[in-house]
Every structure is written in C-alpha cells, then in structure tokens.
Design a protein around this ligand. Sequence first.
Ligand code: ATP
Ligand code: MG
Length: 188
Amino acid sequence: MARKKKVIDAAIAQANQDKGLLLVLTGNGKGKSSSAFGMVARSLGYGFKVGVAQFLKSRRDTGEEKFLGAQAGVDWQVLGDGFTWDTQDKAADTATAQRGWQVAQAMLRDTSLHLVVLDELTYLLKYGYLEAAQVCADLAARPAMQHVVITGRAAPDCLLELADTVSEINDVKHAYRAGIKAQPGIDL
Ligand code: ATP
Ligand code: MG
C-alpha cells in the first residue's frame, strides 16, 4: 500500500496544469446526461456560471430542468423542440439544428461561462444536421479556461480526438428491458 501511495502521489504531483476541458460521455448505457448534470451541480457549488444546451428533447418537465434550470447562474436552453422525426423532413431538421448551434456558439464565446453542457449533441452530427468539422472548430476556438461536456451515443472521431476525457458507458443491464418505465428522479 505504501509503494502504491508513492506512485499515485507522484502521478498527482505531475498533473499540475489548469485547462478548460472537453469531456465526451458516450456509449449505450445509462448515465451520460446525469453525469453531465452532476458537473453542473459541482460548478454551481463554487458559484460558477453554467450554460446548458439540450439538443434532443421530447419533454420539458424533467427534474434536471426544474431544479438546475431554475438556479441563478444557469442559462438553460432547450433547442430540440423543432425536430420533425416523424415527417423525415431533413431540410427542416437541419434548419432547427443550425439555429440550435448558433445558441451553442454564443455560449462557446461567452468567457463568463465556466462550464457548457451540450446534451445529446452527437445525434445531430450522426444524422448530418451539423458538420462535425464546424462543431470541432468552434469547440477548439472556445475560451481557454471553459469546460465543455458533450453527451450522446456514437460520438464522431473528430470529437473523440479533440476531447481531453472520453468515457464510454456500457449498457450491461437496463430496467427498461424488464418492462419498467422511466422513473422520475432517476431517468428524467
Ligand atoms: P441519463 O439521462 O439517465 O443519464 P443517458 O443520457 O445516458 O441517460 P440517453 O440515451 O440520453 O441516456 O437516454 C435518456 C433516457 O433513456 C433516460 O431515461 C435513460 O434512463 C434511458 N436509457 C439510457 N440508456 C438506456 C438503455 N440502454 N436502454 C433503455 N433506456 C435507456
Ligand atoms: Mg442523455
């Protein structure tokens, strides 16, 4: 244990840089968005300002929006209301995505935001509503000390390359498959 502690202490001493981090939380398991909202709570605990952009949202009555969206210092934007999945109208969905990205771009230029969460952003890239190259360029040009968390399945390679921290959450088991519906406070 003493030897192990020495190695860990040396590694901690080596990590002495500050930097605005890009984190990507991806994979098929549950816990991506809730982890991002945990970092929102942590940041607010220090009195930092936070921006949250939710790109695919089918409902407005979630616990995260009710609580975190109501806190001082949080700019909570739901940008996915205009998607037309049922009509397969790609031009309209692309326009919705582009309008949403303009809101995200404003957050990525705002030096007062300590943390920006781009929830479910990966799907807009996967379906080609946004250009990955444009999104990655805007992320790379953000303020040097601003942290960004991106969630969603199937994150594209350019995002994984640009990111400082990537976690892939695996779906080992999910209550949904046992016929249990989404539970308030746990799933929404
Ligand atoms: P959460 O918001 O709970 O952290 P998530 O962001 O990792 O979940 P999403 O793909 O955004 O996952 O799915 C959102 C909703 O779908 C949540 O209610 C979540 O519990 C549920 N969900 C997540 N993963 C799975 C899965 N593998 N099978 C079924 N439902 C899932
Ligand atoms: Mg999610």
